[in-house]
Design a protein around this ligand. Structure first.
Ligand SMILES: CC(C)(COP(=O)(O)OP(=O)(O)OC[C@H]1O[C@@H](n2cnc3c(N)ncnc32)[C@H](O)[C@@H]1OP(=O)(O)O)[C@@H](O)C(=O)NCCC(=O)NCCS
Length: 138
């Protein structure tokens, strides 16, 4: 697969911000340098983010542009984000089956920032599924 993973330039970062709103992902405190963007033929096809939370690193705001889903782009992004992450890595999601193969395990033992994320998602990003916290263990 001809996929390039890199930090987005300003134009692509703006596009990412639009997709984040469209996909109803966490859009708080977005910063260009937090992101890994996936490009195919210079077209933005996906993105993911590492947010430093003080008490841990959070993998969040992961998305693949709809026509490009189920082609391994999400997988490539998660692997790259794991490679770039420093310290303890957590995420909050409704699709634990997607993240488990990478080494993320559901946990009820997580830092305050992750509790805050669960509270934010539950209140602001309302979905029928339950939000779960997961921790990366290599
Ligand atoms: C979730 C998402 C990032 C997956 O991206 P993708 O590029 O379609 O995923 P991939 O093609 O890399 O799939 C990797 C594996 O996960 C599986 N998978 C894909 N989407 C899944 C889902 N929603 N739930 C469970 N497993 C999933 C695939 O079948 C594949 O399995 P395989 O390796 O055995 O073939 C994408 O569907 C998306 O952007 N969704 C909307 C935003 C979102 O939900 N983001 C996550 C917020 S926590």
């Amino acid at each position: 697969m001809d996929l390039l993973l890199k930090t987005p330039d300003e134009k692509k970062f703006k596009q990412i911000c639009e997709y984040i709103r469209e996909f109803e992902l966490d859009d708080r405190e977005l910063r260009q340098e937090q992101f890994v963007a996936a490009y195919r033929n210079n077209e933005l096809v996906g993105f993911g983010r590492l947010r430093e939370r003080g008490d841990c690193t959070e993998l969040c705001s992961l998305g693949v542009v709809t026509p490009h889903r189920r082609k391994g782009i999400g997988k490539a992004l998660v692997k790259e984000l794991i490679k770039r992450a420093k310290g303890e890595l957590f995420l909050v999601c409704i699709i634990p089956d997607f993240f488990a193969p990478f080494g993320f395990k559901e946990t009820s033992n997580y830092p305050l920032s992750i509790q805050e994320k669960i509270d934010y998602c539950t209140a602001e990003l309302v979905v029928p599924e339950k939000y779960v916290a997961m921790k990366y263990a290599s």
